[in-house]
Design a protein around this ligand. Sequence first.
Ligand code: ITT
Length: 204
Amino acid sequence: MTDVLLATRNPGKLVELRRMLGATEVAGIRVLGLADVPEFPEEPETGATFAENALAKARDAAKATGLASVADDSGLVVDALNGMPGVLSARWSGRHGDDHANLELVLGQLADVSDDRRGAAFVCAAALVVPGGEEIVVHGEWAGYLGRAPRGTNGFGYDPIFVPDGEDRTSAELAPEEKDALSHRGRALRALLPHLRALVGRPG
Ligand code: ITT
């Protein structure tokens, strides 16, 4: 078995990444979370791009644990906010990880923005860092628009206000497997799969 660490402290992301890797059944890989390895300090996310942050998180995890590590940096990119909250999505309201406050702040900021200018996208950069080996970053994007009130209880973060293109439901109203098939994270993870498969059977 080759161990791969999912280096995220966000429970919503961890559920999705585990679920998707479980569904693809990458033979020979055992998926670990941060709860399965000794604790290591969380570095502040200082990168200007999703890719920089994902790579930094995967590098930190690989260095601290010696394991092949996958990290995800993601967020909501809102047209009417010139691409914000972007890499600041997790702490848009000033409190890291306060999903409700973050979403309410974005809704308030867009209160006077008309329906035809409410475009947004979820973006995900996923990085794989192999200790002493390769560093890979892949991307996924999911386009849509923002509703006017939260709807749905699935998912996490901004899901209750994000309506994917071609849908009437928010991403919090989609079934988990529907979200995985379409989402930024799903697309990024599928792009990473060949690289994960290539790890199996390799020494170290
Ligand atoms: P880690 O860095 O430990 O992985 P984090 O929550 O700090 O956790 P990010 O900096 O990448 O991660 O922030 C991502 C934020 O973007 C997250 O807190 C959500 O608010 C939002 N987000 C990302 N993917 C999302 C999704 O699928 N659905 C809803 N919101 C999402």
